[in-house]
Design a protein around this ligand. Structure first.
Ligand code: S5P
Length: 482
């Protein structure tokens, strides 16, 4: 069966329909309707479509094959049998008994898995499936669908590291049916306009506007530096000596305030004045991790009163989303007990999505949930702290982050390497090539014989890489336009 014959036959069978208004599952009213679920009850069409799929897939490289339940599963079974490849699939429901996780079938970590689905609209559900498989150790590169009913999904998926192959696209359907006079020019323009507006809405949903992310990225571009100095000094004399020297080179200073032996209330006053004068921001790397109420007390109160002076803070999501409300939400019990809610541009967080230390317990599933939390809390989450083992590993992670939020990467030095307490370093250029927006450097600078020269070198090399690799832009243009 050719793509043209497939389109005509789907239209004849009423599986692709135009000309009236259809209410979709989302509640939106669409000028066309595509539903391939019942193809399985038409043996001829099912066989023809399975044949087309088999031919499309034959040339691709994979070890196991999967179909997204339920619609695509029967095809995946047929194609797997014909090509002599193992079939695996993801349960739709969480299993609550027996052994084994949510994936049915045998595979080895590192196996390449090809995934079949019936349609693609935004690509989001495909990416969720890929992430589930990746969390189980599989490598997912290729998706094959019957119909690409969007105008952008293939490009969006490619940006996130996946190839989308489709048997027919919406544009081919429209073109074929119009040429056959089965639909009018008006049907065609309605379908295109509807799809464009849906695509635009989806793009907006994925695009996040966080005030601090915007401020930090514009400071980076203005000052031409993506350097975040991790100033882990144990006394304020060393701290300020280093900071005063490096101020002109950095976009932000990262502070572990509880490392200081001689902290007193004059410390944040002096730090804030220096930040103002030297044009950089302050990130308190407190790594809040407790329940919301405790985190709120730690952030707004105690002797450090971090909320009063830090532009942003780091947060572990291990205790659940309540921590973000605790840190940045209003105080139902009044401000007296907890201190005031931080201002909108001050109260922001970088979530720890991946760590640089060897043997850390964060896995892909955890990282995925952290990103999801960041995506659903755009008012507070300016970005993520994340690390990669290789450029491509970092790139794949970066591509999963919403646009408009930033990736700050620790564990960076001029060369790859490690310390003797589990820290792992990636080189500065690799970090930027992999998609880091800000590079966090500690001992590479303050541990150097001449910290000021080191800071200058990191800043220059880092910004040169930003110019070469990303054209001198930190924030993608679309994100700023929201
Ligand atoms: O995964 C992480 C997260 C962070 S915030 N790995 C890290 O190293 N960090 C912090 O970055 C760490 O607490 C330290 O302050 C800095 C790295 O310092 P360096 O001396 O190894 O560059």
């Amino acid at each position: 069966m050719t793509p043209r014959e497939l389109i005509l036959s789907l239209e004849t069978s009423g599986l692709v329909r135009f000309g009236t208004q259809f209410v979709l599952k989302s509640g939106k009213v669409s000028p066309f309707y595509i539903d391939l679920r019942n193809v399985v009850s038409r043996p001829d069409l099912f066989r023809n479509m399975s044949d087309m799929l088999t031919e499309k897939i034959r040339g691709l490289e994979f070890d196991v094959i999967s179909g997204i339940a339920y619609t695509a599963l029967p095809y995946a079974a047929v194609v797997a049998e014909r090509l002599g490849k193992p079939l695996i699939f993801q349960r739709k429901e969480e299993k609550s008994y027996g052994l084994g996780g949510s994936i049915v079938g045998d595979f080895k970590p590192g196996d390449k898995c090809l995934v079949i689905d019936d349609l693609v609209t935004t690509g989001e559900s495909k990416i969720e499936t890929a992430e589930c498989f990746e969390a189980a150790g599989l490598i997912v590169k290729d998706f094959v669908v019957f119909i690409d009913r969007s105008l952008h999904a293939a490009a969006d998926m490619e940006r996130r590291g996946y190839n989308l192959h489709s048997l027919v696209t919406l544009e081919e359907i429209l073109h074929t049916l119009q040429a056959e006079k089965r639909i009018s020019a008006c049907d065609v323009s309605d379908a295109i306009n509807f799809t464009k507006s849906l695509d635009a809405e989806n793009a907006l949903e994925r695009c996040i506007d966080n005030p601090f992310a915007r401020k930090l990225s514009s400071l980076m571009e203005r000052k031409k530096t993506n350097l975040i100095l991790s100033l882990d000094a144990s006394n304020s004399r060393d701290f300020f000596r280093l900071l005063e020297a490096a101020a002109s080179e950095i976009a932000m200073v990262k502070v572990h305030v509880d490392i200081l032996e001689d902290f007193d209330p004059s410390f944040p006053v002096r730090l804030s004045a220096l930040a103002e004068e030297g044009d950089f921001y302050i990130l308190a790397d407190r790594k809040f991790a407790d329940i919301g109420n405790t985190a709120r007390l730690q952030y707004r109160g105690g002797m450090y009163r971090i909320a009063d002076w830090a532009d942003s803070v780091t947060v572990h999501m291990i205790s659940g989303n309540g921590i973000l409300d605790g840190l940045f939400g209003d105080s139902p019990q009044g401000e007296a007990a907890y201190g005031p809610r931080p201002s909108r541009t001050r109260g922001s967080a970088f979530l720890l999505a991946r760590m640089s230390s060897k043997g850390n317990l964060i896995n892909e599933g955890y990282t995925r949930k952290v990103i999801e939390t960041g995506r659903t809390h755009p008012q507070w989450v300016a970005g993520y702290i994340g690390h990669g083992t290789t450029v491509s590993d970092l790139r794949r992670f970066r591509d999963k982050l919403p646009r408009g939020q930033l990736l700050l990467m620790p564990g960076v030095q001029l060369q790859q390497g490690k310390d003797n307490l589990g820290q792992q370093y990636m080189s500065l250029e690799e970090a930027i090539e992999g998609g880091a927006d800000g590079v966090i450097v500690g001992r590479g600078i303050y541990g150097a014989a001449d910290p000021l020269s080191a800071a200058k070198m990191y800043r220059e090399q880092g910004w040169r890489a930003v110019e070469t690799i990303r054209g001198g832009r930190i924030m993608e243009a679309e994100a700023v336009a929201v």
